[in-house]
Design a protein around this ligand. Structure first.
Ligand SMILES: [Zn+2]
Length: 433
């Protein structure tokens, strides 16, 4: 996107500084020479900015030779990384019965975490009490300045106004101004994002989608969450509620969903249906390792499918059949070729991705199929949580947040007040003409 707004020399330097900081945080191990090659900035410009970041204690020079792009002159370049003294981020994940608070950094690393699995909340105050307890415990362990709090949550929510609206089956908690409450309690800026969007942002900044300009992120657990990255930006929509693939219709004469729509994907692709399919098919698969269909989880099915359990493969095949209808609608509307699947599994394999790809193949042209990729996230189902850190990091890299430094000082790269959860821009260097 082009803009008619000019940029001052000071603004130019600040933008370049944030660009280099983003690259160092998200691609550790780059040297000054690598950065110059990637950004097309002069070596002098890069060196000056790196000296400033080193002086501020935000980055550090690592030991040992490790350059991705070897120099022609034979000098071993020094890899750069975030400093352990760089300011930290507090990240929060809100799910039904799972409340996680983490201390992390601009590189998306989780350093400490507190998890609470209270299964029934009394009211909004109870939720806040759980979150604040985690926040207070981690603040005490931060040992340095904190940037902000990123909150990744089930929806529906209104991200720009920072309000958790009325999540279904959430013990009647609604219209909770969670950003305001968090800012009041911590004295730090806070940002809110839908958990599916947080996952997509995490993949864009730190994961499998780093180099992909357009992709659909899909998170599978109890429900189906998703998020979209378009033109290298997270697509937020009006309220930060984009990517509700689980509530897109795959059967227009289907039953009514609690969301109000009919025939939603989640009414078909869900664990209850998978279990009932397995219970019916069990007698046909005497060699299966599934013993109790009523207790099996989706992740367990995926794990067993990756170990060639044929009943698990068959059950996952049916699940992917439903999923493929909704995914294909998104691919067709947006002309997207990449899908990133995220779920809590440490078992290697690509059974789910392969089955989904095969389902899609039968309904698109050969030419289109050649460009289609279904990738597996490297975050093992944690992308919505890491996305809470990514949300704050994104605001830093966009110059919307001051960077606090040790000793009570702060560094304002663009001198702007923190804003809402606005989207990020693609990497682009600005060299003085
Ligand atoms: Zn629905």
């Amino acid at each position: 996107m082009t803009s008619d707004v000019g940029i001052s020399i000071k603004g130019l330097k600040q933008k370049n500084l944030l660009l280099l900081l983003k690259l160092i945080a998200t691609q550790p191990g780059l040297s000054r020479i690598d950065l110059a090659k990637i950004t097309h900035l002069t070596k002098m410009t890069v060196s000056n900015i790196i000296s400033e970041l080193l002086e501020l204690g935000i980055i550090t020079e690592e030991e040992g030779p490790a350059s991705r792009l070897q120099p022609a002159n034979g000098r071993i370049p020094t890899p750069l990384a975030l400093s352990s003294r760089a300011p930290k981020i507090l990240g929060v994940l809100i799910k039904r019965g799972l409340y996680q608070v983490v201390l992390g950094d601009l590189a998306g690393n989780i350093l400490e975490s507190v998890t609470d699995r209270t299964q029934k909340l009394e009211d909004a105050g109870h939720l806040l009490h759980i979150l604040f307890s985690g926040i207070d415990a981690l603040r005490a362990r931060a040992g340095g300045p904190l940037l902000a709090v990123g909150i990744s949550s089930i929806g529906p929510l209104d991200a720009p106004s920072g309000v958790l609206l009325n999540p279904p089956n959430f013990w009647g908690i609604e219209d909770l101004p969670i950003v305001e409450e968090m800012e009041k309690h911590t004295g730090l800026p806070a940002f809110l994002i839908n958990d599916g969007n947080a996952g997509a942002l995490c993949e864009k900044m730190y994961g499998s989608g780093k180099e992909i300009p357009n992709f659909l992120y899909v998170h599978l657990k109890y429900g189906i969450g998703s998020g979209l990255v378009l033109h290298n930006d997270l697509y937020h929509g009006n309220r930060g509620q984009s990517g509700e693939i689980g509530h897109s219709t795959i059967n227009f004469v289907g039953p009514r969903c609690p969301c109000g729509n009919v025939g939603c994907l989640e009414l078909y692709a869900n664990i209850a249906n998978v279990r009932s399919f397995i219970a019916q098919q069990l007698p046909l698969y005497p060699d299966t390792r599934i013993k109790d269909p009523a207790a099996v989880s989706l992740v367990h099915i995926i794990d067993l499918a990756n170990q060639n359990d044929l009943l698990a493969v068959s059950a996952l095949n049916e699940y992917c059949d439903y999923l493929s209808h909704a995914v294909l609608n998104v691919l067709n509307i947006l002309d997207i070729s990449y899908i990133i699947m995220d779920y809590e599994s440490n078992v290697p394999g690509s059974a789910l991705e392969d089955l989904l790809l095969r389902k899609l193949q039968t309904r698109i042209s050969d030419e289109r199929f050649r460009t289609l990729r279904v990738l597996r996230s490297h975050h093992h189902g944690q992308a919505p949580l890491v996305g809470a850190l990514a949300l704050v990091a994104d605001n830093v890299f966009q110059g919307r947040l001051e960077i606090p430094l040790s000793g009570g000082k702060s560094f304002a790269p663009c001198g702007e007040r923190p804003g809402g959860s606005a989207p990020s821009a693609p990497l682009q260097a600005f060299e003085k003409a």
